[in-house]
Write a protein that binds this ligand. Structure first.
Ligand SMILES: [Zn+2]
Length: 73
């Protein structure tokens, strides 16, 4: 089952931060997100957003920041 994923606008609402802050932290790697293509729409998984809100290191991807999703095939 897929983990819920949020857009930057949804993440901003949930985290009570400005969407500009969310995007900056996505690019900077503070908040983990993925893009299907370079420059495409960001998607943030629930676990990463929770860690970000708690100011904690996200454990499942602690070593890396942005992981682009590649369309299979
Ligand atoms: Zn993460």
């Amino acid at each position: 089952m897929l983990e819920p994923q949020y857009t930057p606008a949804e993440a901003a609402k949930i985290a009570r931060r400005h969407v500009v802050t969310i995007r900056r932290d996505l690019v900077g790697g503070t908040l983990h997100g993925s893009q299907r293509v370079d420059g495409g729409r960001w998607l943030i998984s629930e676990g990463c957003l929770s860690a970000y809100m708690a100011g904690a290191e996200c454990q499942h991807r602690a070593a890396s920041n942005v992981t682009p999703m590649r369309r299979a095939g």
